[in-house]
Write a protein that binds this ligand. Structure first.
Ligand code: AMP
Ligand code: MG
Length: 341
């Protein structure tokens, strides 16, 4: 997390380079927040007024904060039914929820089908076991352990979308399987960034934990934003820097959240087939018009064999880049059009 934070800040300083436009008082501003989706959110834009920028950034931030609360599975919030409420009511009762929860879950169901079941937010029971083992392992590295195999298998038996009953008319969600749990971590950041971008003024760059979304070029002359793709091996370099004017750029990586057991790294992206961290890639970046879809795809392409992922990206009109565990890079045909360096 520390390294990721630093990298994001580095990307920001990169995009800040040359921010004062000659002859004008317009300037690039940036606001950063740490209270959304347990990661760093940054909002940037060129503006002639810092006050106007701050106000616009704050509106985007408060929308993201609302999504953070709605999609939280670990905390309750006064006066709000969120995904934790839905999980806690599994097998007991339908829960009346905000329309945005229904909208997100319907998209998640589509992503599940689209990705050939690689991305399944109904796999919360399995993901919870990994989350628990990782949290304990990070707190006490000498006693870090993997989740019990039998517990993983048992949780995996309760991940069926047929038990996620979305009633749009009633505005309720009911998990009819008492053991099923939702965890929307694979898509929530990108999906929320997309919704925020749709409401944001033109020319903003919104990054929610590296899920980047641009709402237009950064100035009137069409100057693109420049977004860095983190090098999983750290350092100050990037795998690439990419131009972005109005697309989403989302990366999934093995360096984002992980812990070690007996010297081996176990990261946070779980292959539903094996119930263990996907082992093919270190990093996958997706570029596409919709940030929610980009987020789902980045997780899916991290799990699927590269040719399958490439076919999926093509089907969705997305570009992608893979870095495998041996350092090989793979690109979709159109990816190079986005490369700055
Ligand atoms: P991302 O960084 O977007 O690839 O998402 C990773 C997060 O998604 C993890 O922290 C888990 O909460 C969740 N996740 C991991 N594997 C899966 C999966 N196969 N399907 C759905 N969610 C997953
Ligand atoms: Mg994702």
């Amino acid at each position: 997390m520390g390294r990721k934070l630093m990298t994001i800040l580095l990307v920001l300083s990169l995009t800040l380079a040359g921010c004062v436009l000659p002859g004008k008082k317009r300037q690039q501003y940036q606001a950063a927040y740490l209270d959304v989706f347990d990661t760093v959110t940054s909002i940037s834009a060129v503006s002639d007024s810092e006050d106007v920028f701050r106000e616009q950034a704050e509106q985007i931030h408060s929308q993201l904060l609302e999504y953070h609360r709605l999609f939280d599975i670990y905390n309750d919030y006064e006066g709000m039914n969120n995904l934790k409420t839905v999980n806690d009511s599994a097998g007991a009762a339908p829960v009346a929820v905000d329309g945005e929860i229904i909208r997100l879950l319907k998209d998640c169901r589509d992503y599940y089908e689209l990705t050939g079941h690689a991305v399944n937010v109904a796999m919360g029971g399995v993901l919870f076991l990994w989350h628990e083992a990782r949290t304990a392992g990070l707190e006490d590295p000498d006693h870090a352990r993997l989740p019990e195999e039998a517990a993983l298998r048992e949780a995996a038996a309760h991940t069926d979308w047929a038990s996620v009953e979305i009633d749009e008319e009633a505005g309720t969600v009911y998990l009819s399987d008492p053991r099923l749990r939702l965890d929307v971590g694979a898509v929530a950041k990108g999906w929320s960034a997309q919704r925020a971008a749709e409401k944001a003024p033109e020319g903003f760059l919104i990054s929610v934990g590296g899920n980047v979304c641009a709402t237009g070029p950064k100035d009137g002359s069409g100057t693109p934003w420049v977004v860095g793709i983190t090098d999983p091996d750290g350092g100050e370099g990037y795998l690439h820097t990419l131009y972005d004017t109005d697309s989403a750029i989302v990366t999934s990586g093995d360096y984002q959240r992980y812990y070690e057991v007996d010297g081996k790294r176990f990261h946070h992206i779980i292959d539903p087939q094996t119930l263990y961290p996907a082992e093919r890639f270190r990093s996958v970046t997706v570029i596409c018009g919709d940030s929610g879809l980009a987020d789902a795809l980045s997780t899916a392409l991290f799990i699927l064999p590269q040719p399958e992922g490439e076919a999926l990206a093509k089907k969705c009109g997305a570009e992608a880049m893979w870095l495998d565990t041996e350092g090989n890079r793979f690109y979709t045909d159109g990816f190079e059009d986005w490369i700055c360096q």
